[in-house]
Design a protein around this ligand. Structure first.
Ligand code: SF4
Ligand code: SF4
Length: 154
């Protein structure tokens, strides 16, 4: 990106994203490991334009360029878990807190879920801001390129 402002917004997203990843880590490791019906086996095509603009703004490596075909559930799921580095996962993967995860969080800290939801709201606003700034400073072709990349990534 040629302007520094989108990068500044993307860095703030990254900072908050790292916070929510850290806040959830212990719970995800504990609860998801024994989950009998993992959400990752029931979803697919989760990357949106905002995820890809974020990755592009920070030159994040690790966002796959091609989806793997012939698999049930998310194409980024492997037998040992998600293949993607946490910061490069679709935002919706961070945002989704299933009831079991929420219960486990509440047992440790009853303010944790509301704290996370508040951070998710800020992240949604920043993601919208980043996409808006990206579209303002880039030619239409750049946005179409992101769209094309979304199809390939998912
Ligand atoms: S988030 Fe919930 S549904 Fe998804 S894998 Fe973890 S425990 Fe299972
Ligand atoms: S990207 Fe990773 S965390 Fe998200 S649904 Fe796919 S396997 Fe699960």
């Amino acid at each position: 990106m040629s302007s520094t402002k989108p990068v500044t917004v993307a860095r703030e997203i990254d900072r908050l994203l790292c916070e929510v990843i850290a806040l959830q880590k212990d719970h995800v490791e504990k609860v998801c490991r024994t989950c009998e019906t993992p959400c990752c086996t029931r979803v697919d095509r989760l990357f949106d334009e905002k995820d890809l603009v974020f990755a592009r703004a920070l030159d994040l490596n690790g966002v796959p360029s091609r989806r793997r075909k012939g698999k049930k559930g998310c194409s980024h799921l492997s037998p040992t878990g998600c293949l993607l580095e946490p910061r490069t996962r679709p935002f919706t993967c961070h945002r989704y807190l299933c009831p079991e995860l929420k219960e486990d969080m509440a047992r440790k800290d009853d303010a944790l879920v509301s704290m996370l939801e508040s951070k998710f709201r800020i992240l949604e606003e920043l993601r919208g801001q980043l996409l808006g700034e990206f579209m303002q400073i880039h030619e239409k072709d750049a946005f179409l390129d992101i769209r094309r990349r979304r199809r390939e990534t998912n």
